[in-house]
Design a protein around this ligand. Structure first.
Ligand code: FAD
Length: 530
């Protein structure tokens, strides 16, 4: 089941085990069970510290638990964790076997301190690139705290369960039988959600911070580049971000960042963070800004109020809050979100295998999604409002060559319909004839672009009619000492390399502004002298 290369790699990893572990399988007569048994036997054959037995009696068959020797509980995989989840399997083996995780000590303490009973069931697909983070977070939590139980379920292997629970997007996590969350979630986010007192503690920590020279709000490519450029000036820099890495966390392959031939989104996001951490930058992750209060006088402190109530102060601020998926805003979209309405074809495409789906949007992302989905699903109906597809010609011609795609231009989506709690169709109006058509299908992928994360700035910072922050060529906003960069601004072409370039530019502009303020000029001189 594992090829020679994987076996060699796994054997090397298993050399890091510090104590014996057991793989306890609950099997039945299915083909999946035979495959799982073969995999587990192969893993056990690679280390004397790993044993395999079939004594499990769990109701989910096939499944297996990774337990410490002498114990029978641990993270449960109702899955054959290969593909994107192979790393999750390796980490689960290592962590159960005593190998320390690369997680901050404060987070480990927070996990160990969680009180209550937390029974997580997490649905994933083996091709979902957002799932491993959630699998690994829940795995680690269950290893560190016996009050946390985690079962990782492959939707492809447990189709009946997926149908019954109406799961049409992964990752999807249930806690004690109730929906806990869907989409990519980081360990820190999950822990913060469970640790009810963490907001108060975090607010107290933030309130105690000294003022910054540059405070960056947003930790995507624009914010990260701004942080690196500002930190290299030897001034005090902070980054407050709801989710460090921004949209790159949700990106599959990145092939157009100059000097990097190809990488994937999560790797890119991790590299952004590593580079920022290399400098003296105060990273405040999982922190959402709610309000900005301009300085009372020229050169004074700008205040940024956070969602948890804390207030950060800074001599200058760079806004780099990026953008998020745009909703189509028709009846049924909100109601059937994750019940057939999806936004990430790479993640959720496999859940619609053999089914009929629609893609709304004929730009690059819509046409790419339709091409991708056409290889998995039975049929794709693409709906574009304009009178022609706006995607690159090469993509359009590829799309037109596919036999299982129907293209509708001049088509306005009017409703996503459903029954029994899930999507069963979509209606759209032919904008030329006025005729309304209804197509029966099970999934709708909304691919109509992005909306800037700037609602919290309304009334303080000038925004365009699309909600983008108005900036000049140097990244200045209308508010003195406040700069902006990246997808949240009026700069055209929302791309990583552009956001990063603009982030650097905003940092240089902020520094230029600061050296013209008396206090910071002195601090900058000290830094240069040192
Ligand atoms: P973002 O990446 O959106 O980051 C915004 C940051 O601000 C995040 O940290 C967010 O958590 C934070 N934030 C938001 N609101 C607040 C708040 N109120 N308080 C605190 N923090 C906040 N571009 C390419 O060049 N190549 C590609 O291949 C590519 N593929 C893509 C695929 C997908 C699926 C998507 C969604 C985008 C893709 N892009 C690609 C576009 C690219 O990801 C963006 O242009 C880029 O990430 C923009 O960077 P940014 O820093 O401006 O914003």
């Amino acid at each position: 089941m594992l090829d020679t290369n994987l076996k060699t790699q796994l054997q090397a990893y298993l050399g890091k085990l510090q104590r014996p572990i057991r793989l306890i399988a609950s099997l039945d007569a299915s083909a999946g069970a035979a495959e799982m048994k073969e995999l587990l036997q192969e893993v056990a054959g690679l280390s004397d510290l790993v044993s395999f037995d079939e004594s499990g009696t769990d109701a989910r068959k096939p499944s297996f638990v990774i337990a410490r020797d002498g114990e029978s509980t641990g993270v449960r995989f109702a899955a054959i964790p290969l593909g994107h989840e192979f790393t999750s399997l390796v980490l689960a083996l290592l962590w159960t076997g005593g190998h320390p995780p690369k997680v901050e000590a404060a987070v480990i303490d927070q996990i160990k301190g969680l009180e209550g009973d937390f029974n997580f069931e997490m649905y994933m697909s083996l091709s979902c690139h957002n799932c491993p983070d959630v699998v690994q977070a829940l795995t680690l939590m269950s290893i560190l705290n016996p009050a946390v139980k985690a079962t990782v379920i492959d939707g492809g292997l447990y189709q009946a369960e997926v149908e019954e629970r109406q799961i049409l997007a992964v990752p999807m996590v249930f806690l004690n039988g109730e929906l806990f969350g869907s989409g990519r979630m980081l360990l820190e986010e999950i822990v913060a959600k469970l640790d009810v007192k963490s907001d108060e503690r975090e607010a107290a920590k933030l309130n105690a911070k000294d003022p910054y020279d540059v405070l960056i709000v947003g930790g995507g490519p624009a914010g990260a580049a701004a942080a690196v450029y500002a930190a290299r000036k030897g001034i005090r820099v902070g980054v407050a971000a709801e989710r460090f890495g921004g949209q790159t966390n949700d990106t599959m392959a990145i092939e157009n960042y100059i000097s990097v031939l190809e990488t994937d989104g999560p790797k890119f996001a991790a590299a952004l963070e590593a580079q920022v951490r290399h400098y003296d930058v105060d990273i405040m992750n999982l922190q959402r800004a709610d309000k900005i209060i301009p300085a009372k006088e020229a050169g004074g402190l700008v205040q940024v109020q956070m969602a948890n109530g804390a207030v950060l102060h800074s001599r200058s601020v760079i806004l780099s809050t990026g953008a998020r998926w745009r909703n189509v805003n028709v009846p049924g979209e909100a109601e059937y979100k994750n019940k057939g309405v999806a936004y990430c074809p790479h993640c959720d495409g496999p859940l619609f295998k053999g089914k009929d789906v629609a893609v709304i949007g004929g730009g690059n992302s819509g046409v790419e999604a339709a091409i991708d989905l056409a290889g998995i699903v039975k049929h794709v109906t693409l709906v574009e409002f304009a009178d022609a597809l706006k995607a690159d010609a090469v993509l359009v011609s590829k799309l037109k060559s596919l036999p299982n795609v129907t293209i509708n231009v001049n088509a306005q989506t009017t409703e996503i319909t459903g029954a029994g709690g899930k999507v069963n169709g979509m209606s759209f109006k032919d904008r030329v004839s006025g005729e309304v058509k209804h197509v029966a299908l099970e999934g709708v992928f909304v691919q109509i672009g992005l909306v800037p994360n700037t609602e919290w700035l309304k009334g303080t910072v000038d925004l365009s009619r699309y909600g983008e922050i108005e900036i000049d060529a140097k990244g200045h906003t209308n508010v003195p000492g406040v700069f902006a960069a990246g997808d949240c601004t009026t700069v055209p072409y929302k791309q990583i390399v552009i956001a990063a370039g603009d982030g650097s530019k905003a940092a240089l502009s902020a520094f230029d502004y600061l050296i013209r303020q008396p206090v910071v000029a002195a601090r900058a001189e000290e830094a240069v002298a040192a």
